[in-house]
Design a protein around this ligand. Structure first.
Ligand SMILES: C[S@@+](CC[C@H](N)C(=O)[O-])C[C@H]1O[C@@H](n2cnc3c(N)ncnc32)[C@H](O)[C@@H]1O
Length: 310
C-alpha cells in the first residue's frame, strides 16, 4: 500500500486555504485510509460522489497534479462551499449537483469514458447537521425539511403528513430498530401537522421515557431523513450500475455510518465478487482508529470497504 506520508507531502498547494471558513468544514473521516485504498495516480480521474465540503476531495486534489476530479452532491450549499474552497485549484474540476447514482450521466456529459476511482462517504455532513437550518438536528428548533436537495421531492413535514401511521412505524422500526416505533408513529400521526424539529421532538416526548431520550431523537430523526431522501434506494441503484464507469484496475471506496447502509454495501460487493467482477480489498470493514474517534467523535460509527475492479 502507498505510504500516506509520501502522499501528504505533495500537500494541498492547489487548494484555496480558507482559514476563516475552515472551522465550518466537515472533518473528513479516515482520510489516510481513503487515499491509500483509492491508490491515487497523479493523472487519474476520480469521482467523489458525496462531495460535502470537499474534505476528501481536497486530499484527492493534492495528489493528482495532472488528473481530474469530479465532485457530486445533491446539496447545492455543499457544492457552493466546495466550489469556493477549490476556486484556486490548478487541477481540472467538475462539480455538479447530482446524485451519485447518476454519475455515469455526468461522465458521459463531460465526454469521459471511465474513471480511475470513486468514493462514497455516505450520510450527512457536519455542515448539514450544524448549520444548514434544514431540520437535520434535534438540538435546534428548525423547519422540518431534511432534504439534501431542496429542489426535489417533499420535505419531512409533508412526508410525515402524507405517510400512513403503519408505514411510518415500519420506517422508524426498520431504519433504526427503535423499540417505541409504534407509539412514536401514533404520536406523530395524532398531531395535525408537524412543522418544526421541536414539534417532532414534542411528539416523541409524549410516548417515550426520558432516560436516553437523545438517542431516541437521533434514531427517529435519522430514519425520517433516510426515508425522505430515499437514501437506500439510491445506494442500491448505484450498485446495480457503478462498474460501467470504472476502468479495470480502478478502485472504489465506501464509507457508511448505518448498519443498513453497510449491509447494502457488503452484500452488493459480495455479489459482484462472486460474479468475478471485483476483488474485495477489505476482508472486514476498516474502522477509524481510537485517536481519530477522540478527535472526531462523529467518525465512531464509520465503516470503510474498498474494492478493485477486475
Ligand atoms: C458525510 S458527507 C460527505 C463529506 C465529505 N466527504 C467531506 O469530506 O466533506 C455526505 C454528503 O453526501 C451527500 N449526499 C447524500 N446523498 C447523496 C446522493 N445520493 N448523491 C450525492 N450526494 C449525496 C450529502 O448531501 C452530504 O453532503
Amino acid at each position: 500500500m502507498m505510504s500516506t506520508m509520501s502522499l501528504q507531502t505533495k500537500s494541498s498547494f492547489n487548494v484555496k486555504q480558507s482559514d476563516s471558513k475552515s472551522k465550518e468544514f466537515h472533518v473528513p473521516v479516515m482520510i489516510k485510509e481513503v487515499i491509500e485504498y483509492l491508490n491515487i495516480q497523479e493523472n487519474g480521474i476520480y469521482v467523489d460522489g458525496t462531495l460535502g465540503s470537499g474534505g476528501h476531495s481536497a486530499e484527492i486534489l493534492s495528489n493528482i497534479s495532472q488528473g481530474k476530479l469530479i465532485g457530486l452532491d445533491r446539496d447545492a450549499e455543499a457544492l457552493k462551499t466546495s466550489k469556493e474552497r477549490f476556486s484556486a485549484s490548478a487541477c481540472p474540476i467538475i462539480l455538479e449537483k447530482e446524485s451519485y447514482h447518476n454519475y455515469l450521466n455526468v461522465l458521459k456529459k463531460n465526454k469521459i469514458k471511465n474513471a480511475d476511482g470513486i468514493l462514497l462517504d455516505l450520510g450527512l455532513s457536519a455542515m448539514q447537521l450544524l448549520s444548514s437550518n434544514r431540520g437535520f438536528t434535534f438540538k435546534k428548533n428548525e423547519k422540518l425539511d431534511m432534504r439534501f436537495d431542496i429542489d426535489s421531492g417533499i420535505n419531512a413535514s409533508q412526508f410525515l403528513h402524507q405517510l400512513s401511521q403503519q408505514d411510518l412505524a415500519k420506517i422508524i422500526n426498520k431504519y433504526s430498530d427503535e423499540r417505541f416505533s409504534l407509539k412514536i408513529s401514533k404520536a406523530i400521526k395524532a398531531k395535525e401537522n408537524l412543522k418544526t424539529t421541536f414539534d417532532l421532538k414534542n411528539a416523541i416526548d409524549e410516548v417515550t421515557p426520558t432516560h436516553k431520550r437523545s438517542k431516541t431523537y437521533a434514531r427517529v430523526f435519522q430514519s425520517i431523513r433516510i426515508a425522505v431522501n430515499e437514501e437506500l434506494q439510491k445506494l442500491k441503484k448505484f450498485f446495480s450500475l457503478f462498474l460501467y464507469g470504472l476502468k479495470a484496475g480502478s478502485r472504489a471506496v465506501f464509507i457508511s455510518y448505518h448498519s443498513i447502509e453497510d449491509r447494502i454495501v457488503k452484500h452488493s460487493l459480495k455479489g459482484l465478487k462472486n460474479d468475478g467482477k471485483i476483488k474485495i480489498l477489505t476482508k472486514k470493514p476498516i474502522l477509524p482508529q481510537r485517536k481519530e474517534i477522540i478527535i472526531n467523535p462523529k467518525s465512531r460509527s464509520a465503516k470503510l470497504r474498498a474494492i478493485e475492479v477486475l
